[in-house]
Design a binder for this molecule. Structure first.
Ligand SMILES: [Zn+2]
Length: 130
């Protein structure tokens, strides 16, 4: 046995394998393209701002850039740490929170800004054709 093989694999490695190389929130295949991989994150399920630990694999999950942005500092298990036992619940809570933002059901500046720019860009494009 070499010295290197005795080392535990990194948190990143363990989380990425456990999550089957997909975003835990929307199931996007992180390896579908280089851009997808480059925009992915090892998200803190319980955010650092809520004292979510960095080195605990149960607190770290694979996330696409969009889900990570929409999740922000949301804490899926207030008052608790994420453990193997409540991991699925924590992911499900965060997934629900993100989905509501993604579909405009939650009050979010992202969705308002998107609607604004859809209309504004159409006006600007129409004006520039005159
Ligand atoms: Zn995602």
């Amino acid at each position: 046995m070499t010295e290197a093989s005795k080392q535990p694999r990194s948190t990143y490695y363990q989380a990425f394998v456990r999550d089957k190389f997909r975003c835990v929130y929307c199931e996007k295949d992180i390896l579908e393209s280089f851009d997808s991989f480059a925009a992915s994150h090892l998200d803190h399920l319980k955010p650092e701002s809520a004292r979510g630990p960095c080195e605990d694999v149960w607190n770290r999950v694979t996330a696409c850039g969009v889900c990570n942005s929409l999740k922000g500092a949301y804490d899926p298990v207030p008052g608790e740490h994420v453990t193997e036992e409540n991991f699925a619940t924590a992911v499900a809570n965060a997934k629900d929170y993100i989905q509501k933002k993604r579909h405009g059901e939650a009050n979010t500046s992202y969705f308002r800004d998107y609607q604004y720019w859809l209309e504004e860009s159409a006006k600007i494009k129409a004006q520039s054709k005159r």
